[in-house]
Design a protein around this ligand. Structure first.
Ligand SMILES: Cc1ncc(COP(=O)(O)O)c(C=O)c1O
Length: 461
């Protein structure tokens, strides 16, 4: 077993070798044998990844418990490499990944065009402050504008930051649009089962009480209405107090619930008559996941603001807020900003992702595979008494159960399939890389089917 590769920081080798997170571990009667795969690329890193990877899962999990703030109830998996829709743990076990890092790795792991965009850009320029111009940021913004309802883009670093920016833009827009009012509309509407992030503003807009309550008081002025209750929403918007309505066209974390066209159209009309802004959160459902580039395109009802994040840079941290010119005209220098946002590295990655996903052939393949997979799931799982509904659009799919989903998710994991939970814990959430093959979807459906009996065992306990 190779325990480390001794290359001193001063050696020229140190600057020219990257020890690739290896998927060449062989699990051999309890002993892990590593086969180092040395990849010749330019690197200044001093982190010897091979020695880290030779720690086995249990040791890394124990270190995590000791050194990391305990905000995550993690699955007991230490993942070390990935390719396409496959992930590998440090013991060399292979997993079919239908989580995509929670709807992030839309192109799968290690997409060659994405890797090229990142490595070439890293070689030239990774970061400059937003006090200067940089080419990839402007190019990505141009492409987002060309492919959407929007006229301008603000970049940030995550979904929750995109929500925060949208909150500020909506407040500023109302102030700008109502210059004579002592109290321009400042309240917000959001809906049951929604998730908009975990920073203090976004948290205030997130429906799950137990996410918010430990941190009260959160931003005041938010009303939660039933997702789909058109009458209540229209009445609230007509009160004239609401600055913006935040809505996910398809709710992800909340349990894969889709809005109806009538609901979104009524929000649009009420916003237009009252001067309120309509904000779509497409952080999870956007960018090709539904088979449409933007989920709202399937409804033909357009927002004033749209937030994006997760898949946009293929795994690097990014957020974006797309706005109409009307909204942008209310925003002045200094109103908002971020050190890292829109740096050349993430934006070049974003260009590679957007170019690939926005190709109509790619989008059509997502729709086709989504339909195929949903049909397959209905055939394989639909007859089980615990399965209440299989829903979703494209490759954002929920399997609602009448019991907790976690025993099934854990059984799948042990059988080499990674899926997520959602909703009140009773929904299996499936958000695979958009590049997944039909054969991989068939394998996933088969594993889910074979693991279903654990639900009987769990519900009999
Ligand atoms: C719809 C939606 N909005 C916002 C967020 C927050 O994104 P982030 O975790 O990048 O802050 C998420 C995250 O799951 C999300 O699903």
């Amino acid at each position: 077993m190779i325990s480390s590769l001794n290359i001193s920081p001063s050696s020229s080798l140190h600057r020219s070798l990257i020890l690739k997170p290896t998927n060449y571990y062989y699990y051999n009667s309890g002993a892990v044998t590593a086969c180092l795969n040395v990849d010749v690329r330019v690197s200044g890193s001093s982190l010897n990844t091979s020695s880290l990877q030779e720690k086995k899962s249990a040791e890394i999990i124990a270190d995590e418990k000791k050194f990391i703030v305990g905000t995550y109830a993690r699955a007991p998996l230490v993942l070390s490499s990935g390719k396409g829709c496959k992930l590998y743990d440090v013991e060399g076990r292979e997993y079919l990944d239908l989580t995509s890092g929670i709807a992030v790795n839309a192109l799968g792991h290690g997409d060659p065009d994405w890797v090229r965009a990142v490595t070439e850009q890293a070689d030239v320029l990774t970061h400059v402050s937003n006090i200067y111009y940089s080419i990839p940021q402007v190019e990505l913004a141009k492409r987002l504008v060309a492919s959407s309802f929007a006229d301008r883009v603000f970049f940030c670093n995550s979904g929750t930051e995109a929500t925060e920016a949208a909150i500020k833009f909506a407040r500023k827009f109302q102030r700008f649009s109502n210059p004579d009012s002592k109290e321009p509309p400042y309240e917000f509407l959001a809906f049951t089962n929604c998730f908009h992030g975990r920073t203090m503003g976004a948290l205030a807009l997130t429906s799950k009480e137990h996410y918010r309550s430990p941190f009260q008081p959160v931003m005041p002025g938010v009303t939660f209405l039933e997702y789909g209750d058109t009458q209540a929403a229209v009445e609230a918007i007509q009160s004239g107090k609401v600055a913006a309505v935040f809505v996910e066209p398809i709710q992800g974390e909340g349990g894969i619930y889709s809005a109806t066209k009538e609901f979104l159209q009524s929000l649009r009309t009420a916003c237009d008559t009252s001067g309120c802004l309509l904000v779509y959160d497409e952080v999870q459902c956007g960018l090709g996941r539904t088979g449409y580039l933007w989920a709202h395109e399937s409804y033909g009802v357009f927002p004033d603001i749209m937030t994006l994040a997760k898949p946009l840079a293929g795994g690097l941290p990014i957020g974006a807020v797309l706005v109409t010119e009307r909204v942008a005209s209310a925003i002045s220098y200094g109103d908002h900003g971020s050190t890292f946002a829109g740096n050349p590295l993430v934006c070049n990655a974003g260009i590679a992702v957007l170019d690939k996903i926005s190709n109509p052939t790619f989008l059509a393949s997502v729709s086709e595979k989504g339909e195929y997979f949903k049909d397959l799931l209905v055939q394989k799982l639909g007859g089980d008494s615990h399965v209440k509904e299989i829903r979703g659009l494209g490759l954002i799919i929920g399997v609602e159960l009448d019991v907790a989903a976690s025993p099934l998710v854990e059984a799948c994991q042990k059988s080499g399939l990674l899926v997520l939970t959602a909703g009140k814990g009773n929904v299996v959430r499936i958000v695979p890389p958009l590049i997944i093959s039909k054969q991989e979807l068939e394998l996933a459906a088969e594993i889910l089917f074979k693991c279903l009996p654990v639900l009987d065992q769990a519900s009999n306990k």
